[in-house]
Design a protein around this ligand. Structure first.
Ligand code: SF4
Ligand code: SF4
Ligand code: FES
Length: 253
């Protein structure tokens, strides 16, 4: 049955803005993005909101709903009381462009800075072979939809703009971990660059103090901290301090 939902939406741009109150019709089975679209269609035709799939797969509708980073298209209205005020604000870690739309180009810049997969020079396409357990491990990381909710919630950059230059954030540290764990990645053999050093020195792995906030908000339920960041930290320590491991040519594990 339909009811009138109480919405408080941030409206503004890079110069500033404010929270505004609206009453919008809501119906059974709807999600927050439906209500935002109805608000746009009936009361605020210039409301800026980014979305594409409405299925939790494109990662574009990230916002903070009652202070919690979420995908608007995957947040059911039924989790709120009908008389509750639902506050929708843009994700805070990135600069606002307009209303609920932020400039997430920081993330694309960090993505570009991660050295890409480097296959062994003597293997031809079609000759790559991997154990299923190695496939499974990277498969978890590849579920990422690049919603950047983990980036948004990480305190290293959320409260410290200055750290952005030296910290890639959980999504891209996870990408480095994925490549480091790839049994065929030969970046070091091909270029001399060690991915553990890339993570620690170039992308700020040491800033991460494993609070797991990133893991808590991931809509794909990727265990970012347990399966990517902590193993990466262990590998950094192994590479730096294990005297035997440093001498072994097959030390990559
Ligand atoms: S676990 Fe690390 S990367 Fe994740 S939110 Fe905490 S500090 Fe940031
Ligand atoms: S790891 Fe999860 S929270 Fe982070 S960008 Fe990917 S899907 Fe979003
Ligand atoms: S609209 Fe694609 S994830 Fe929400």
């Amino acid at each position: 049955m339909g009811y009138q939902a109480h919405l408080r939406v941030w409206r503004g741009d890079a110069e500033g803005g404010e929270l505004r109150d609206f009453t919008v019709e809501a119906n059974e089975g709807e999600v927050v993005l439906d209500i935002i679209h109805r608000l746009q269609a009936t009361q605020c035709s210039d409301l800026a909101v980014r979305w594409n799939c409405k299925a939790g797969k494109c990662g574009s509708c990230s916002a903070e709903i009652n202070g919690r980073p979420r995908l608007m298209c995957m947040t059911r209205m039924s989790i709120f009381e009908p008389d509750e005020v639902i506050t929708v604000t843009p994700i805070r870690t990135f600069p606002v462009i307009k209303d609920l739309v932020t400039d997430v180009s920081y993330n694309y810049q960090k993505a570009r800075e991660v050295p890409s997969f480097s296959p062994p020079k003597d293997l031809q396409p079609g000759e790559y072979r991997m154990q299923q357990q190695d496939v499974n491990r990277s498969q978890e990381f590849r579920k990422c939809i690049e919603c950047f909710l983990c980036q948004n919630v990480c305190h290293v950059i959320r409260d410290h703009e200055d750290n952005k230059a030296n910290f890639a954030g959980p999504r891209f540290l996870m990408r480095i971990a994925e490549l480091e764990m790839h049994p065929l990645d030969s970046l070091e053999e091909n270029t001399g660059a060690d991915r553990t050093a890339v993570a620690q020195s170039d992308h700020g792995l040491g800033f991460c103090n494993i609070t797991k906030c990133c893991t808590e908000v991931c809509p794909e339920n990727i265990k970012i901290t347990d399966n990517a960041l902590i193993p990466m930290k262990e590998r950094v320590v192994d590479r730096k301090y294990d005297p035997i491991l440093r001498l072994l040519p097959w030390r990559k594990r």
